[in-house]
Design a protein around this ligand. Structure first.
Ligand SMILES: [Mn+2]
Length: 424
């Protein structure tokens, strides 16, 4: 469904006076407002193709209706989000759930919706139709070389799909691990996984990256073969310069200091990308910023500090992606909330007075250091983020627009109430 620009303008007009009042009040407090606005406009977050339908849990799935039935409809949904917030101009594909049937048509659709293809994701956590071997006991780590070969080939196929679309990176998340002590020889599992990753690495085009994602537990509950950032860093360091670690916020043990992990990976030049979500207990895949907004701000604070120290481009040098699942919310509304939360944290982190913070750190002035961070975090930057959206041609209030225009109802009418998103 294409959103008419004139509808967005009309919607914005009614909100403009109130918005301008809030924005001007806020902007008075900064001397680099334009610089911040330009950075916000440039910052794009990839939407994963698997987050557009209702995810559900192992206990059940409650469809919201009107869910996309094909890759093309998923792209239309992301195009819809992007036209509203102007910050969702990328898609991260999951293979084999989203294998394009007609490459040229899919590429044309991406251009129509102003989307680029971010990392492509392989899947060796499920058995695939028509494939000889099962991944029940792992894929790249498997004790049987034939299983490993099948999984390696799948990843190479995924790279080829990505090349066809113009993607530049592959994300490998492995469910590999063990559920019980004694099940696995850790050393052999590590070696098998490493050798498999080496073969995948060798198939990467020159200008590609591979992201090795880690996860503490689930679906395996005793050990995971890429279980934490240290293990991922070990793989990516040994693989070579095209290999990077990917941080998924939900993939840590409780209370892990993710901002410190991010800072050190960045320092080592091994941070490649992000999967944003939020969690209370584990890999909950909740709306970004819904549970721990301060943590998200602290992560962005380290990201900006580290990227600026290296002269990196905030928007272009990492893969910024959402990885979430929606059980009770409309997925599109949830994604609008997530993108907004990311932009708010990014904007707040841009407000941190770096010079003063460095001085406070050098003087061991703990109180001032904390005050500086909290000054930025407690600034309500929503009008700043909205102004960036407005300048880019988006909606001042995306969720309000979405509801006023009854977009979900229209999608249900178009696609049906009982649709199930491919892959879910
Ligand atoms: Mn992830």
């Amino acid at each position: 469904m294409l959103i008419e620009k004139s509808d967005i303008n009309k919607h914005n007009e009614a909100l403009l006076k109130d918005h301008k009042r809030k924005f001007e009040f806020l902007a008075e407090g900064f001397n680099n407002t334009n610089d911040i606005l330009q950075k916000l406009i440039a910052f794009q977050i990839a939407i994963p193709s698997w987050a557009l339908g209702t995810g559900g849990t192992r206990f059940g799935r409650f469809s919201g209706g009107g869910e996309p039935r094909s890759l093309e409809e998923k792209m239309e949904d992301i195009g819809l989000l992007h036209s509203l917030n102007q910050s969702s101009g990328a898609i991260s594909l999951h293979i084999p759930w989203d294998i394009p049937e007609n490459i040229n048509a899919v590429k044309a659709l991406a251009i129509e919706h102003n989307l680029r293809f971010d990392a492509v994701n392989s899947n060796t956590f499920q058995d695939q139709a028509g494939k000889e071997y099962s991944y029940k006991f792992g894929s790249l780590q498997h004790v049987n070389k034939a299983v490993r070969t099948q999984a390696i080939q799948h990843n190479i196929d995924v790279i080829q799909h990505g090349v066809n679309l113009g993607s530049k990176s592959l994300t490998v998340w492995l469910a590999d691990g063990s559920c019980f002590p004694g099940q696995l020889n850790f050393r052999k599992a590590w070696q098998n996984t490493f050798e498999s990753l080496q073969e995948i690495y060798a198939a990467l085009p020159a200008d590609w990256k591979v992201f090795v994602e880690y996860k503490a537990y689930e679906p395996n509950f005793y050990s995971t073969t890429v279980g934490d950032w240290g293990q991922s860093l070990l793989y990516t360091s040994k693989l070579g310069p095209k290999a990077y670690t990917l941080v998924d916020l939900g993939h840590h043990l409780p209370n892990a200091n993710i901002e410190q992990i991010v800072s050190l990976l960045l320092m080592e030049g091994k941070l490649g990308g992000f999967h944003f979500n939020d969690s209370k207990y584990g890999d909950d895949d909740l709306t970004v910023g819904s549970i721990k907004p301060y943590q998200l701000f602290l992560i962005f604070n380290e990201l900006i500090e580290g990227m600026d120290a290296k002269g990196m481009n905030h928007a272009a040098d990492f893969g910024w992606m959402i990885d979430a699942s929606h059980n009770v919310k409309d997925p599109l509304e949830d994604l609008l909330q997530s993108v907004e939360a990311i932009m708010i944290s990014y904007a707040q982190a841009l407000l941190v007075d770096r010079k003063k913070l460095t001085a406070a750190q050098e003087n061991n002035d703990v109180v001032t250091a904390q005050e500086i961070l909290q000054q930025a975090f407690r600034t309500d930057v929503r009008a700043l983020v909205a102004e960036a959206r407005l300048l880019a041609g988006g909606s001042l209030q995306p969720i309000e627009f979405y509801r006023n225009k009854k977009i979900r109802q229209k999608l249900v009418a178009e696609r049906g109430a009982k649709t199930i998103t491919t892959g879910l």
